[in-house]
Design a protein around this ligand. Sequence first.
Ligand code: 13P
Length: 248
Amino acid sequence: MRRTLAAGNWKMNGTPEMLAELATLTGGASDTAPQIIICPPAPLLTRAAEATANSPVDIGGQDCHANAKGAHTGDVAASMLKDAGASAVIVGHSERRADHHETNAQVRAKAEAAYAAGLTAIICIGESEEERLGPDCLDIIAAQLDGSAPDSATAENTVIAYEPIWAIGTGRVPTMEQIVETHDMIREKLINRFADQGENMRVLYGGSVKPTNAAEIFQAENVDGALVGGASLKAADFQPIIDALAAS
Ligand code: 13P
């Protein structure tokens, strides 16, 4: 049984005032309930960890450097996220792949840095709209998965997030058929490469997940939860998504 996961990616949004909402989220208390992870911008991590100290909400970073320390102005090491109270970190989000030209090899190195610091890596993959319309869409996603996931990935240290780029922040989502087909392919690849660990590794869907569409998306057997952007910013939007996951 894979424990379901509702992860919120605040991206470059968030104020100290918004942190109080985190403590109101409910549902992650036991192993049978969905795990909840919120990933605020790095300067808010410590306060987010304090705000959730007595709640079931876990905290994550949005990126880390592949190196443990050094002359990398503006970057953050995985161990620093851990020290700030994070237990996970998103790596390879499509916005970082686009804005910062991150390659699969770099994403893989970041995931390895996360493991070394004791963090779970949430590794993002997903196709562009042009790729979705072309004949090789699943092969492209599979190649991203192969290139971005380290050989040392386990069900414990890794979560895969499938996020079609064209569905992020657009209000558009793939058809259920596309979601099922893609997640089934990812599961098959994970089992081929990681055996039991691949069977137990969580695979999230991300891209315009809302209270209105979450329940349907969570029906898919190989969708173990969601990576949520905009709808994770307010408890009133995120809580119904957690509840839909709990009911799935
Ligand atoms: P939205 O939920 O705002 O579409 O963002 C998805 C995402 O990019 C999460 O990482």
